[in-house]
Design a protein. Structure first.
Length: 326
């Protein structure tokens, strides 16, 4: 079978956006290689009602496997996916990115002796098989990854696949009994951190105001929070300021942080090193404020402002508030 199995992460009665994107992409690819796209949801059965599981049909899944077990932990999902793939003969496992996706995908590849490709930004069908594309050499080239193993594991970058509703179809729901390995149940979930920042998930935010070392200190983020509040967006940060303890790691964007694609990305005091660029270059509009006219970020910005951010940002906040009527 050339089917594709997608792991769908969920929380508080909703499926993660990146997982929905993976289901949409899986459905598109499955149709091109003559198979079907299925999904796996794992968790407390009471938290996985039929309508939630079946709703993935709107994104192209024809069947959803529902397994009862500890959700949000990697090893139980590896057990569940390995069983479903073994019982149904899926040719590929697809993940929507994120730290959990990386951990599950790597564990599944080891379990099934499968080929795996991470940080995938595009997938195409070729001669009835899938080929993954992965940026390499600091995104200066793209590797074409073919699979020789019986199962291919594909783990995308965050926001690489767009969630597209294909109609109002309902997926069939099938309950699966999984015998978890003893080591898979040794870890337990203490708390979940779905939110990035105070109240907004930066991966979903349409507007991001990001700060770098040019802010000078942790207090510099206060003015960015005010601007983000006026714009109705969220605050993000570079690795350098996160490492310095100026802002939360959950807000970090870049090669070792989150990948985002907002409608507006406003970078204040960010030089634009390649490690940061790879995490935000897909933004629809990029505006940069930096006192260094030669900062690399100006090379890929739609609008660049050369000047002191400590003077520009407060005035911009005032202008936005005035435009919105206070």
């Amino acid at each position: 079978m050339s089917g594709i199995l997608v792991y769908a992460l969920h929380h508080d009665g909703a499926v993660n956006k990146n997982s929905l994107g993976a289901v949409s992409e899986g459905a598109r690819l499955a149709s091109e290689i003559g198979g079907e796209c299925h999904a796996l949801l794992l968790g407390d059965k009471a938290g996985l009602p039929d309508d939630l599981c079946a709703s993935l049909g709107a994104y192209g899944a024809t069947k959803v496997f529902r397994a009862e077990g500890p959700e949000g932990l990697a090893q139980p999902v590896v057990d569940a996916m390995a069983k479903v793939i073994a019982d149904n003969g899926h040719g590929y496992a697809l993940f929507g990115g994120g730290l959990l996706g990386f951990e599950i995908g790597a564990g599944l590849a080891a379990r099934l002796d499968a080929g795996v490709c991470m940080e995938v930004t595009a997938v195409r069908a070729e001669d009835g098989k899938l080929v993954a594309e992965r940026p390499i050499l600091k995104d200066s080239a793209v590797a074409q990854v073919h699979y020789r193993s019986g199962v291919g594991v594909i783990i995308s970058r965050l926001n690489a696949f767009e969630a597209k509703e294909a109609g109002s179809g309902q997926a069939a729901v099938e309950d699966v009994q999984v015998d978890f390995a003893p080591h898979s149940l040794k870890a337990s979930m203490v708390t979940r951190g779905e939110q990035r920042g105070a109240d907004v998930n930066i991966e979903d935010a349409a507007i991001l105001v990001a700060g770098g070392r040019g802010l000078g200190n942790a207090e510099g983020f206060e003015q960015l929070e005010q601007l983000a509040g006026a714009l109705g967006g969220a605050v993000a940060a570079t690795r350098a300021v996160v490492d310095a303890g100026w802002y939360s790691y959950a807000a970090q964007i870049g090669q070792t942080g989150k990948t985002v694609a907002p409608k507006l990305y406003l970078a204040a005091g960010i030089s634009g090193a390649i490690q940061h660029k790879v995490g935000m270059q897909s933004s629809e509009n990029i505006v940069a404020i930096n006192k260094d006219a030669n900062a690399p970020i100006f090379e890929f910005s739609d609008l660049g402002v050369v000047g002191d951010l400590n003077k520009i940002v407060p005035k911009l906040t005032q202008a936005v508030k005035a435009r919105k009527g206070g």
